[in-house]
Design a binder for this molecule. Sequence first.
Ligand code: BES
Ligand code: MN
Ligand code: ZN
Length: 494
Amino acid sequence: MTKVEIALPGQAADADALALPVAQPLGGDGAKIVDEKLGGRLARLGESGELRGERGEAVLLHLNGELDAPRLVAAGVGKREEVDADALRTAASATAQALSRVGGTLVWLLDESLPVPLPEQAAALVEGTILGSYSPGRWKAKNETKAPERIVIGHADDPELRAAVERAAIVAERANRARDLSNMPPNELTPHTLGERAKELAAEHEHLTCEVLGTRELDDLGMGALSAVGRGSRNEPRLIVLRYDPPGARDDMLLGLVGKSITFDAGGISIKPSGGMQDMKGDMSGGAGTLHGIGALAALGTPVRAIAALAAAENLPGGDAFRPGDILRAANGKTIEVINTDAEGRLVLADALWYVRREGATHVLDLATLTGAMELALGDLYAGGFANDAEWGELVVEAGRRSGDLIWPFPLHPRYRRYIDSSFADMKNGSTLRQGSPALAAEFLHEFAGDGPWMHVDMAGPAFLERSRGDYLRVPGGTGWGVRLIAELGRLVA
Ligand code: BES
Ligand code: MN
Ligand code: ZN
């Protein structure tokens, strides 16, 4: 884990690189002081057009003793008056990438003239550095990318600044752990091994416990929907439950977090086309975000009680697989006609939503890579949110805005219910019409969300990238989506 410290520039021993945000127009306060020591090198790079200060630009200079480090990265943050946390995260991520052969100690210089308060500035730089130094190449025999071992914020020590950067480091590390889970190949990550990971996480934290329910327990609870999805694979389904019960938490709230955790989605009997199917290892990203989200609450000591339920299964077309035409009975007693076995996420979530309510969850949030249409609609940036309670929905959206896990509100409306009316059962799991797939899926989940505030977040787009997003997420694969959201939501409700 990356160490984070605060020390005055020049007092941070053994710096391998200094970095500073550079805003447009060039020559502003922070950069000016540095450039005086560099004899105008930055200004000359500006004149030649090599340094522009654009968002996401990182120019690496090798120094000869002009400053207290052998390297300097000039990190573009765009127009001075438009600089925000996103610009700083992006600049820091680009800097981490520019230094991926260096590792060691990175010292960030802050710029008091930017329109972002120093604690937020430092937090965004730490977060961006850690997210940007993530490498998805863990399975290479020789992975040569290096992350900084130490990030130093170049400033006089200050309690508010310290709290902000420590928090940012914890949350970003947890997001990277969630990315590891999403990127883990499905031959390594099964519902069983995901449960083992959850137990390991719980063992790290005093007030976090984990319980893994297997096929027997799922049968006893009547979870016919989750069980059915898992039947086509030898890797049996699990309901992975974590409980966070910190001292001093308000007793009128139990946050219920539910994550879709399909460790591989081949579609089942309604098998998917082969192109791109490898990315369906990322179909447990809702679970990854939920797991490390509740882990982040525990690591931060956020005083809010929470329960997380990861509905884990592998959706394969095995000889015992569930089929189109099957009628399933979910734990809440409702029956579901299967139209398409590839609409498996809503089935596993149905039983998990019921479970967290039964355990007393007052406010529920589910995260799921649920529909391809959500990715078509919003691309890799926003997730879509469907809430049955305006206040709760707005709070989750606000947590997204503050954290960078962006959510755009979508309609939850009872008239979408007719798309899933079945002639034989209480409902069917899909429609034959090519219409409103994310909204009717939300209405399906609504049948299982119980009473009280609930929001469904369809994160099919931003959960797993096919290519760099060009901001602070610069590598393909899992993004850790949901970890920063849950950490921020905890801060808002605690
Ligand atoms: N996991 C997929 C959704 C998905 C697709 C996520 C692409 C990320 C990228 C989900 O289980 C699925 O297959 N959904 C189907 C539902 C349909 C069969 C009703 C879809 O959206 O096509
Ligand atoms: Mn599917
Ligand atoms: Zn799926």
